[in-house]
Ligand binder design. Structure first.
Ligand SMILES: C[S@@+](CC[C@H](N)C(=O)[O-])C[C@H]1O[C@@H](n2cnc3c(N)ncnc32)[C@H](O)[C@@H]1O
Length: 193
């Protein structure tokens, strides 16, 4: 038996949550790896909404979809994930975030605690019962620990009857390895705001 590595486990959680015909969200498109993964899961009757604030990331994601002939299954938006509610008005099965910066790109463009939490909150409202939000938390960069701590504080306070909150982490790895926070919506609830 081999424990699934963090990125592998993130994909397993998405696979368990998304079926053909579903709507899924890549909240931090970057180079488009997760957008492509989700586009494969939703099939021709489903749809992926991918967000990134950088043109470079939007272009890279569009190229990846085109290279795989799956561009018709996704819309790639150059906008912040905090604005997700402006675009999606149907129930969502799963969303994925990779917090931090785009490798090989501008390290100053990073996800931020307030906008990340705003996006999680909006997605919790849109999420189906049984749906999942997966966060891969990179926290080695400047500001990363602050974002990690604020996100942990927010998710730790979510009502347990409505959301199951999981942390999946290899505890003895060096150099701030990423870990997963997964939120499973188990019952509908009212979120203020
Ligand atoms: C760690 S990278 C994502 C990696 C990506 N999943 C991949 O497969 O390559 C984080 C991304 O979040 C983006 N980002 C930062 N703030 C954002 C925001 N408010 N909304 C959406 N994307 C944001 C960055 O531009 C960057 O591309």
């Amino acid at each position: 038996m081999k424990l699934e590595r963090v990125l592998q486990y993130a994909q397993t959680l998405l696979e368990m949550s998304v079926s053909e015909g579903d709507i899924a969200v890549d909240a931090t498109a970057g180079n488009g790896h997760d957008t492509l993964f989700l586009a494969n899961l939703v099939g021709d009757d489903g749809y992926v909404y991918a967000f990134d604030v950088q043109k470079e990331a939007v272009d890279a994601t569009l190229h990846r979809l085109l290279d795989n002939a799956l561009e018709h299954r996704a819309i790639v938006l150059k906008d912040g994930h905090e604005n997700v509610a402006n675009y999606i008005h149907k129930p969502v099965s799963a969303a994925i975030f990779n917090l931090g910066y785009l490798p090989g790109s501008n390290h100053e463009i990073v996800t931020k605690p307030n906008t990340t939490i705003q996006a999680i909150e909006s997605l919790l409202k849109l999420l189906k019962v049984g749906g999942m939000i997966v966060l891969v938390v990179y926290h080695g960069h400047e500001g990363g620990k602050n974002e990690r701590d604020e996100v942990i504080r927010y998710v730790s306070d979510l009502p347990q009857k409505h959301v199951h909150v999981l942390r999946y982490e290899f505890m003895n790895q060096k150099n701030d390895p990423p870990f997963i926070i997964a939120l499973e919506k188990v019952k509908e609830f009212l979120i203020e705001g």
